[in-house]
Design a protein around this ligand. Structure first.
Ligand code: NAI
Length: 391
């Protein structure tokens, strides 16, 4: 079949296997061209391994640090005339390249929130490794099933929302299909919505994973675990840092402290990453316009990074291989958003933000770069891929 992108709102319902594989190979080549990651853990579990920061973490640790990896994802294989999901094709390509390089790579496909998937992963670790020495927690999920009913039929499902807390927030946003800039008002969440967002995107499931692995005796007593967060500039604070998702991230940070306190010897970190185009960030109002402006500024200054550059730098320079102690900010966070948040970048972004409108958006923001990165997430618009060829 010939596969074309079918975009509905902020998701693409098709994915291109050759394009996805090409991007995975490109990221692997990037890592192979860097210096090796010193002192890298060698048996790494990556939860949320098929897209975005989780996939980039897996690639960086495997090809930069020669780590064996076990991934957890929630993806669909191709069926009839429906393509598989991008995460499915990414993982297929990753496993093939890892095996060719003599690296162990297996993936469990199913709901990471479920006790069954945790048990399945524990069985694989017991059988294949004995213990794992690193856990990357990189889930970005719109909802979570709580698996709280006897029959499984009546389980509660809670959803995360991207809303403010307390007051409305109005700012500019972009329609990425048309390039039109309009005002959007984000409304405040109810207490229940805030609590549900924390359930989905906070640290509870991360903690359940670490507990389950530790109780089963498959977590190395000196294991390292890491999860990801975002802070961003003031213009995004009402709906991110100070909004529902920010509450969930506060909980994630508290969880890191709790994991260290309750598991003697374990190191738990939260890295604050750069804003990038991923399936999750595309769903947040205002943020895609901010990212388009940010990309224009950072590309202009020559220090733009994608997920793979961020994750390679995290592991090679900050977490492992660091010459002295791991450098964190006053809240104990590893700041991978250091270039994004540098005062000169943020001053330029703020100046552009004031001026930008539908007429000048194409010059002032990297709209085409955003659109390209969005298509690439699904394996489209990748150089040298023949999209008219049968797949
Ligand atoms: P993404 O949408 O690209 O990837 C999410 C991954 O989670 C995919 O592999 C997906 O298969 C997996 N997943 C989702 N629900 C699942 C489930 N129920 N069971 C198993 N796997 C499941 O997301 P992205 O953007 O890479 O986000 C990862 C983390 O990084 C999140 O914590 C996010 O808040 C954080 N982050 C993202 C930033 C961005 O700009 N995209 C910036 C800073 C942090």
């Amino acid at each position: 079949m010939i596969i074309k992108p079918k975009i509905r709102g902020f998701i693409c319902t098709t994915a291109h296997p050759i394009g996805c594989a090409e991007i995975v190979r490109r990221e692997i080549d990037y890592v192979k061209a860097q210096k090796p990651i010193e002192d890298c853990p060698k048996r790494v579990l990556v939860i949320g391994a098929s897209m975005g920061y989780g996939l980039a973490s897996r690639i960086a640790l495997a090809f930069g640090g020669k780590a064996d990896t076990l991934g957890v994802m929630y993806d669909k294989p191709p069926q009839g005339s429906r393509t598989g999901t991008a995460g499915w094709y990414n993982t297929e390509a990753f496993e093939e390249c890892a095996k060719d390089a003599g690296l162990y790579a297996k993936t469990v496909n199913g709901d990471a929130f479920s006790p069954d998937i945790k048990d399945m992963v524990i069985d694989v670790i017991k059988k294949d490794w004995g213990t794992c020495d690193m856990v990357v927690y990189s889930l970005a999920a719109p909802r979570r099933c709580l698996y709280d009913s006897e029959d499984g039929e009546n389980d509660t499902i809670v959803s995360s929302v991207l809303k403010t807390i307390g007051e409305d927030y109005t700012n500019k946003t972009i329609n990425l299909q048309t390039g039109e800039i309009t005002k959007v008002t984000v409304t405040p969440a109810t207490d229940e919505e805030i609590a549900n967002t924390v359930k989905v995107m906070g640290g509870e499931d991360w903690e359940e994973w670490i507990e389950a692995l530790s109780d089963a005796g498959v977590l190395d007593p000196k294991a390292v675990t890491i999860a990801y967060s975002y802070i961003g500039p003031e213009l995004t604070h009402p709906l991110y840092k100070d909004g529902t998702i920010g509450k969930a991230k506060e909980n994630l940070i508290e969880t890191a402290k709790k994991l260290e306190a309750e598991n003697d010897g374990i190191s738990a970190f939260v890295a604050v990453n750069k804003a990038l185009v991923t399936q999750s960030s595309s769903a947040i109002p205002i943020v895609p316009l901010y990212i388009s402006v940010l990309f224009k500024v950072m590309k202009g200054k020559g220090f733009h990074e994608g997920t793979i550059e961020q994750m390679y730098r995290l592991f090679a320079d900050k977490l492992f291989g660091a010459e002295s102690e791991i450098s964190t900010d006053e809240n104990g966070l590893i700041r991978m958003d250091d270039y994004e948040m540098s005062p000169d970048v943020q001053a330029e972004v703020a100046a552009i933000w004031e001026m930008i409108n539908s007429d000048n958006a194409k010059e002032l923001a990297d709209i085409s770069g955003y659109q390209h990165d969005f298509l690439e997430l699904f394996g489209f618009d990748v150089p040298y891929v023949d999209y008219n060829a049968e797949v």
